[in-house]
Structures are given as C-alpha cells and as structure tokens.
Write a protein that binds this ligand. Structure first.
Ligand code: 5MM
Length: 336
C-alpha cells in the first residue's frame, strides 16, 4: 500500500470524515457577520480553535481542511494549529486554490485559479505539517451550462493541481462541485455531475495521478434548490451511488461529500442512506463545511467564551455525520 493511500485511509477510516474549515477570509466574514460577530483575525482563530480542540475530534474527524491564514496561526495557548490537530488525532490539510474567477470565453462560468507558484507553496504547507490538500472547481447547471469549456478547463486544472500535490507527497482532494442553485431536475444533476466527474478522471489519468492516493469530494445528486420536483432522500442516495459507481475508477479509496447548502440533518440523512445503498468498495464519508459548523457557530455567537457548550454542539454534529458515514444514523438520535 502506498504512503498516499495510507494517509487517505487514515483520514476516512471507521466512519471518520473531514471538517472543511477552509473558508477564505471573505466567506468566513460572511459567516461571522450572519451571527453578528465581528470578523477579526482573533475571532476567526477563536472559533476555529474551539472546534479543533473539541473532544469529538479524535473520534470523528480524520482531517481538517485549513485556510492559508489558519495554518500559519497560533492558538490562544500558543500552539501551532497543525500541532493542535495532530494532538487531537486529526490530520491537517490545506486549501491551495486561490478561488474561482470569471472564465474567459464563457464569462458566466468560473475557472478555479492557483496553479502559478503552486509547487513552492506546497513545499511550504508540507513543512507546516499539511498532509493533504484541497482544490474546488465550481459548475452551474442551466440549459447551456456547464459548458464543455468549463468542464474541460476545470478538469485540466484539477488534474495539474493533483499531480503537483502528489509530487510533494500529499493527498489531493479533488472537489468538482456542481452547485445546487437553480431549478434543474435531479436527472440533469445526475447527467452533468457524471460528465464532470468522468472528465476529471480522464485528466487525472493523463497527468499520471496515482488514483489510490486521491480523495474525491463531490456533490450529492439533488434537484436544484428552486426546482418544484424535489426527490426523496432514498432517490438521492440511489442516484448518487449509481453516478459514482459509473464515473469513478475503482482504485480511488474514498469519497467525501460536500454538503453544498443542505441543512445539517439533511446532509446526515442523505449520507446515511448513501451508505445503506453503497454496493461499491469506496468509503463514502463527509467533508462538510456548513453542515458541520452551522449550529456550533450559532451557539458560539451567543457567548464566544462558551467553549464547552460550543464543543458539545459540534461533537453532536460530528457524531451524527460519522454514524451516517457508517449507515448507523437515525433521526431519533438528533433529538428533534
Ligand atoms: C468551507 O467552504 C469552502 C469554500 O470556501 P471559499 O468559498 O471561501 O473558498 C468550500 O470549498 C467547502 O470546502 C466545500 O464547498 C464544502 O463546504 P459545504 O459547506 O458545501 O459542505
């Protein structure tokens, strides 16, 4: 077994998942302002440190995706963040793309940037303790989108990123996110997501990426958030498994879903059913941002010094997600 495969399995084994705490300063500012907390450097690390030192980290969270600011920050007790994570039994990861920008040639779509100088940045992050990385491509569904141009150019960028990351002995998370926005059907989501993922693997292979050392971070198959034809959780789970079975090469060890705007409970319920229907060898776990942090953030905002209370809320959410990653979640465990 390769070293990269070992890292990927360590992150996702036994129902463990990933905490996506890699919000860029702009996104984190929106999140904090939505709960009326000022977005200062101190407040950003205070919230993140509260989660990273929660008891549930060692049992449920195999890896944490950090943002550039956070991986270089020290906690209030003076510890480097990657060291704190490692003491909590979790692995530090880092978002290395520099964001999605207007795609020349199709200005209503986006291309993710960040390849320039990436080799040197990766060396720096590796020295800081990161063992895995993340790059997100975003795609919109509408009558004309995603265009071939967007599918091809984002796949190309994701593959060049992944090849550079493996050269630096880290595991790349490949995240092609087909957004929920819009009124498209679940069938459209299935078709477009399949096309996007297949193209990504075609490019990954062309770039000689070792698929046993990759984690795929896809969206689930859902109808658009404005569609009148929503599908059931069971249909989502079945379509999601079918899509991945048909589009992902069997060498890939693990899939960690994004939550993409689903509520915390929806994201757990869907993941649970996906695992019930999972007849592949892929580990199917989570790499949630909002669906792991929302309720903890709301609790914390009421009193940013309530470390224990916030951690209890976070621990509950992480436990629910890990149970879902094992197909052991049920609604009555939510106490709602
Ligand atoms: C945590 O949010 C990440 C995006 O941050 P920026 O937009 O500021 O770069 C995002 O990539 C995230 O990792 C994934 O979309 C999963 O998060 P959700 O909230 O969809 O589970």
């Amino acid at each position: 077994m390769s070293e990269l495969n070992n890292i990927a399995l360590k992150i996702l084994k036994n129902g463990k998942g990933i905490l996506a705490a890699d919000e860029s300063t702009g996104t984190m500012t929106k999140r904090l302002e939505s709960v009326k907390v000022e977005s200062t450097k101190e407040n950003r690390i205070k919230f993140r440190e509260t989660l990273f030192s929660a008891k549930g980290m060692s049992e449920y969270i195999g890896g944490v995706i950090l943002y550039d600011e956070t991986i270089k920050q020290k906690t209030n007790t003076g510890k480097e963040v990657p060291r704190l994570l490692s003491e909590m039994g979790s692995i530090a990861g880092i978002k290395v793309d520099t964001g999605a920008k207007k795609l020349a040639g199709s200005p209503n779509e986006k291309i993710t940037e960040g390849l320039d100088g990436l080799r040197d940045r990766l060396k720096e992050y590796s020295k800081l303790g990161a063992q895995f990385t993340k790059w997100r491509g975003v795609y919109n569904i509408s009558k004309d989108y995603p265009s071939k141009l967007s599918i091809n150019s984002n796949a190309h960028a994701l593959a060049r990123y992944a090849a550079l990351v493996q050269e630096c002995n880290m595991v790349p998370i490949v995240e092609p996110e087909v957004l929920m926005d819009g009124d498209h059907s679940a069938d459209d989501c299935f078709k477009k997501t399949s096309e996007v993922i297949k193209k990504c693997f075609e490019e990954l292979l062309l770039n000689k990426v070792d698929l046993t050392g990759v984690i795929l971070k896809p969206n689930m198959i859902l109808a658009g958030s404005e569609s009148n034809n929503q599908i059931t959780y069971e249909e989502t789970a079945k379509l999601t498994v079918k899509c991945l079975k048909e589009s992902v090469p069997s060498e890939v060890p693990g899939i960690a879903f994004l939550s993409g705007g689903q509520t915390e409970v929806q994201a757990s319920e869907n993941l649970n059913l996906i695992n019930k229907f999972n007849d592949t060898n892929f580990i199917m776990s989570y790499s949630y941002g909002r669906a792991l942090q929302q309720s903890a953030l709301r609790h914390w905002a009421k009193d940013i010094n309530d470390v224990e209370g916030t951690q209890a809320v976070f621990d509950h959410r992480a436990k629910m997600c890990t149970l879902a990653a094992q197909g052991k979640w049920s609604k009555n465990l939510e106490n709602i």
